[in-house]
Design a protein. Structure first.
Length: 161
């Protein structure tokens, strides 16, 4: 499913909305935990300066790193959202907003908005985000859900929150 592009004379927004056949907790974990993000998106690591480094490898084998700084992150019940400042060396910074919520009937939804991506990269971001959300769908379909009691036991034992 492609991304929508809202564009004006000097700005653009890439917007995507997807439904996933999983519960809110599984989707939130997949998009908010660096280890989970690395499994379906690209290697993600928290740097000493508190920015996340995202390493991308092109089909040609060339790699480049982008940085993401969390500007805001909150979760209330079955809704979670965060905003990132995305830094791509040589290009203007942009903001990515992600909102995850439980769907009305079953599953969960994810809304992603990439605000003001560099104009020369906007089409690539639109295609890339759509492709990455397809990867997320495959990742979630392949991962067995974690029973609530097992997740609680892991937290009590000092594992991931």
């Amino acid at each position: 499913m492609p991304a929508d592009r809202d564009s004006g004379a000097d700005s653009a927004t890439v917007s995507l909305r997807r439904h996933f056949d999983c519960d809110f907790a599984d989707l939130w974990e997949a998009v908010s935990s660096p280890g989970s993000v690395s499994a379906w998106f690209t290697p993600c690591r928290l740097e000493p300066d508190r920015r996340y480094s995202l390493r991308f490898t092109e089909d040609s084998g060339e790699t480049h790193v982008k940085y993401a700084t969390v500007l805001d992150c909150r979760r209330r019940g079955s809704v979670g959202e965060y905003r990132l400042l995305l830094q791509d060396e040589g290009y203007s910074d942009s903001t990515v907003e992600v909102r995850v919520g439980a769907a009305a009937r079953t599953g969960s939804t994810l809304e992603l908005r990439h605000l003001h991506p560099p104009p020369e990269l906007a089409d690539g971001y639109a295609r890339g985000w759509a492709d990455y959300l397809d990867c997320l769908r495959r990742h979630l379909a392949a991962a067995p859900p974690v029973p609530a009691d097992a997740a609680a036991a892991t937290r009590r034992a000092g594992g991931p929150k």
